[in-house]
Ligand binder design. Structure first.
Ligand SMILES: [Zn+2]
Ligand SMILES: [Zn+2]
Length: 303
């Protein structure tokens, strides 16, 4: 009886997977001020190669699968693949599926153009990760709207970054994460730097997977092992346990992550210092009769 039930569920799953599209959007951080790129610019090439091989592995799993790649830097985020309208000319290579060479050529050519035309950096600058994830969500929702009826589309976003804390984009990040959660889009993160707590929060909110890769040489293996299986399959696999998520919020006044702060009772803005007027919604507060001595109640985080 059990075996029969197993067979019927597996055929059901197989049928379901045939009529569904898996869309993977990769957000690749190409910011030259990432530590890993500053150490050795060659590392970016290695990350790019691993990312292309991973994207092609996703396309290889099923003919209906779709891939999109967005690059994200300190000044802009751009689509690397697919490009609207025109296609890059690709010469047929014997024995290789044309789509794979198409993906590789398009991404490399496009990224080359972007890096050549990028403004010079005088000081390290944050990557616009939150904006790029937002762009990925817009793209996903557009494709979802155009999906023919009867076909289900499972979408997810993979962020591949070596950037450190980006607390100045706190609000954008939170908006993006809760939108993704509402749309049922999983956000995964593969981090090449010290855990980025905001991205950890995003993975936790959207039930995605967070992984910190310490060895760049094994990047492709890690990507294939942890991020290739679709989120629906993951409960059947033994994956790295989720990290303990640091749920600190960043204050609206200095954009720094804080443990304890003041919260506006009207708009829920967070501040590290007491102020009589909320700078977000302009509500005026009565000063408490006896304000607790400064320094005792508030606690700033030390980096
Ligand atoms: Zn502050
Ligand atoms: Zn307020």
């Amino acid at each position: 009886m059990d075996a029969a039930a197993d067979v019927s569920t597996s055929t059901k799953e197989a049928k379901e997977s045939e009529s569904s599209i898996d869309l993977l959007v990769i957000v690749l951080d190409t910011n030259p001020s990432q530590r890993i790129v500053r150490q050795n610019p060659q590392n970016l090439t290695q990350i790019l190669e691993a990312m292309i091989a991973f994207g092609n592995a996703h396309l290889m799993q099923k003919a209906q699968n779709k891939l999109a790649v967005i690059s994200c830097s300190h000044h802009a985020s751009n689509f690397l693949y697919p490009l609207p309208g025109r296609q890059v000319e690709v010469r047929q290579i014997d024995g290789q599926y044309e789509v794979f060479s198409q993906v590789e050529k398009t991404i490399k050519q496009q990224l080359g153009n972007i890096l050549m035309n990028a403004p010079r950096l005088s000081a390290p600058c944050e990557s616009l990760l939150a904006g790029s994830i937002g762009r990925a969500l817009c793209y996903i929702s557009r494709l979802q709207r155009n999906t023919p009826p009867g076909i289900k589309m499972h979408s997810r976003v993979l962020v591949l970054t070596g950037s450190n804390e980006c607390s100045s984009q706190y609000m954008t990040f939170m908006n993006v994460f809760f939108t993704a959660q509402k749309l049922g889009i999983v956000i995964d993160t593969c981090s090449l730097e010290n855990p980025v707590s905001l991205l950890q929060q995003g993975c936790d909110i959207t039930s995605g997977q967070f992984l910190k890769v310490t060895q760049l040489d094994g990047l492709l293996q890690y990507l294939l092992w942890v991020f290739l299986p679709s989120p629906q399959m993951r409960h059947k696999l033994v994956l790295p346990p989720p990290p303990k998520v640091d749920y600190r919020a960043s204050c609206f006044c200095h954009r720094e992550l804080i443990d304890i702060g003041y919260v506006c009772s009207v708009c829920l803005s967070v501040f590290c210092k007491y102020s009589p007027i909320c700078t977000t919604c302009h509500t005026v507060f009565k000063a408490p009769a006896a304000l607790p001595p400064k320094g005792k109640k508030k606690k700033k985080t030390e980096k």
